[in-house]
Design a protein around this ligand. Structure first.
Ligand code: HEC
Length: 259
């Protein structure tokens, strides 16, 4: 009798309709609320070893790929595109299509262990209403796979130069280095106060070439751990030509300080 009651109770809980959370997401030209999202893809349970919280978490979430495909076209066409994820506070994370369309990306809208959300990050923020999470151990690398919270908008842009106009060099010959900078560095470093803040600003008030030699910069960028232990990742894939182009770009920006 007691068992039957418990069983009845647990099935009732399991089958209770999901209370639609108040959320709004803009993906390209689409304005999506919870209902519109469920029309594209059914929510699922996601269990993942979350590197931002630093432990296992259990979410209710939408698989991201079908949403991106609905807004922008199929995975193959998204591969070489540049996307930007915007948070409600204006924080913007650039990410390439090949990364964001990998299997294992989800937009979490509920923490299944917490009513509301558990505060996240150094500033103890509320990650809702949407938090980008990933499954699979490779995806715990937060330098390659973004885990932004308060996700409000995802867009495709022609180039990151649109997002960071003050990083664009006037000197045409510095364009190649700028491309590499946008591709490999801007998510962590700002130039003229545009870009990420994980690493130091590289142009204002002092340009990095005003206190490091070009040879030091090239060697450091290739393999930072030969200088000091820190959070700057190594770039073994950058060739000498790439490193020269990057150094040339940084030098060129010395003549173009802007705040
Ligand atoms: C994942 C984030 C991240 C990426 C990507 C990154 N950096 Fe860094 N970088 C850092 C951090 C953090 C530091 C500070 C490390 C320290 O102090 O030990 C740093 C330090 C530096 C410094 C030394 C600056 C100074 O004033 O001490 C240079 C130069 C630099 N990075 C250039 C680059 C370039 C060029 C790229 C792209 C090829 C790049 N970084 C990519 C995070 C990053």
């Amino acid at each position: 009798m007691r068992h039957a009651l418990m069983l009845a109770l647990s099935t009732t809980i399991a089958c209770a309709p999901e209370k639609p959370p108040a959320l709004s997401l803009t993906v390209g030209k689409l304005q999506l609320d919870y209902q519109a999202l469920t029309d594209i893809v059914k929510p699922v349970d996601v269990n993942t070893d979350d590197p931002v919280y630093g432990r296992f978490k259990h979410y209710r979430a939408f698989p991201l790929l079908p949403i991106l495909e609905r807004a922008f076209g199929d995975r193959a066409s998204l591969k070489d595109r540049q996307l930007i994820i915007h948070a409600t506070d204006g924080y913007a994370v650039p990410v390439t299509g090949d990364i964001l369309t990998e299997d294992g990306a989800y937009l979490a809208f509920r923490d299944r262990e917490h009513a509301g959300w558990e505060p996240i990050g150094p500033r103890k923020q509320d990650p809702g209403p949407l938090y980008l999470v990933w499954t699979g151990s490779d995806h715990r690398d937060t330098t390659t796979y973004p885990w932004p919270y308060n996700v409000a908008r995802i867009e495709v842009v022609e180039s990151l130069a649109v997002l960071y106009p003050r990083t664009v060099p006037r000197d045409e010959t510095a364009r190649r280095g700028h491309e590499i900078f946008l591709h490999k560095c801007v998510k962590c470093h700002a130039v003229n106060r545009q870009g990420g803040s994980v690493g130091p600003e590289l142009n204002v008030p002092m340009n990095v070439t005003e206190y490091w030699t070009v040879d030091q910069i090239k060697a450091y960028v290739k393999n930072p751990a030969t200088f000091r232990y820190g959070a700057m990742p190594a770039n073994p894939d950058l060739t000498d030509v790439d490193l020269n182009a990057l150094a040339y770009y940084l030098l060129a920006m010395k003549a173009q300080k802007q705040e």
